[in-house]
Design a protein around this ligand. Structure first.
Ligand code: FAD
Length: 297
């Protein structure tokens, strides 16, 4: 549900209930505004927050089938003038506005070092709301799309630089491989110690198998049709108590991992859809600034 929040007319009170700002704060605020204004002028569009939400027109320059069951297709996107696209890091996704106006998120699964192209991959969901079907059936080489982002809600921290782990363990379930691929590539390039479990219903359903098997025996591939439903131990094959675990896949897989990951380990995950609501009931929220009440159902 989208709730439009009205912008208050009056200044909200400060911590002491005062509506008028302290004179010193007012001066500081003016200085900060002037500073931000000059930053915006100097870096036109590069101030944090502005760049991420801009709409970018892109054109599809390559399209490929990425799974043997034909249900995953990748699209390589480029700027219409062939120029640089905004930089991104492993784990990032973009919003894609389709020709119909539908908006869907897709993880970037190409190489962040390639500043001129983004690659996304889309699994066909026949029972979905039509976004993946539109991408498969109506979008091809030469198609124009609008994208927003990149944004990153699944940031990857390299051990020693923001992570105290000494090993990385990746778990990808089917199309959940998309944000994991750039993480594996980076771990490989940096010569880090890592392992991975790639899981899915069958080998035919697994996208990018060719790229994945290039990484050799660091990767364990297991499929439900041969190995049965995965346990936490299976999904954590190769990990240690000191590993940072990065996972993306269906909700049952994330739930199994959540119960099985060592309590001391870092566990980072991304889901492509909202978790199911269990025993849900309507509730009301009060917006602190305006006092407005909204029902959430
Ligand atoms: C941050 C983020 C990154 C994403 N990255 C990718 C990606 O790299 N590749 C990709 O194919 N999709 C990705 N998705 C999902 C994508 O945005 C769409 O939801 C998906 O293409 C289905 O769209 P739809 O209109 O067909 O159905 P939707 O209305 O979006 O979904 C309909 C139903 O399908 C389920 N569903 C949605 N996505 C999936 C999925 N991928 N696998 C299984 N069930 C699903 C939903 O739970 C829902 O029940 C991502 C989503 C998010 C939030």
């Amino acid at each position: 549900m989208n709730v439009a929040l009205p912008i208050p007319d009056a200044m909200p009170p400060d911590l002491y209930g005062r509506r008028e700002r302290d004179p010193l704060l007012r001066v500081l605020e003016r200085l900060m505004n002037a500073h931000m204004h000059s930053l915006r002028f100097l870096h036109r569009g590069e101030v944090v927050g502005e760049r991420r939400d801009r709409c970018l027109p892109v054109v599809v320059v390559h399209r490929a089938v990425e799974a043997h069951d034909d249900n995953v297709v990748s699209f390589t996107l480029a700027s219409p003038d062939g120029g640089e696209l905004p930089a991104w890091r492993a784990g990032a996704h973009i919003d894609v506005e389709m020709p119909s106006g539908r908006l869907r998120q897709y993880s970037l699964c190409g190489d962040p070092a390639d500043g001129k192209h983004y690659r996304i991959a889309v699994r066909r969901i026949p029972s979905g709301d039509g976004g993946s079907i539109e991408m498969h059936d109506d979008v091809g080489v030469g198609s124009s799309l609008i994208i927003r982002g990149p944004r990153n809600a699944f940031a990857f921290a390299v051990p020693g630089h923001g992570s105290t782990a000494d090993h990385l363990h990746f778990v990808a379930g089917g199309i959940g491989i998309t944000p994991i691929l750039p993480m594996m590539r980076l771990a490989y390039r940096l010569g880090l110690d890592w392992s991975m479990v790639y899981t899915g219903r069958s080998r035919a359903s697994l996208p990018f198998l060719g790229e994945i098997t290039d990484y050799g025996d660091r990767v364990t591939i297991r499929t439900d049709d041969v190995d049965g439903m995965p346990s936490a131990d299976m999904l954590l094959t190769g990990s240690r108590t000191t590993s940072a675990v990065y996972a993306c896949g269906p909700m049952p897989m994330i739930a199994v991992l959540n119960r099985g990951v060592h309590p001391g380990s870092e566990f980072h995950f991304e889901r492509f859809s909202a978790p199911p609501i269990v025993n849900g009931a309507e509730f009301e929220v009060e917006l602190a600034r305006t006092g407005q009440l909204e029902r959430v159902s």
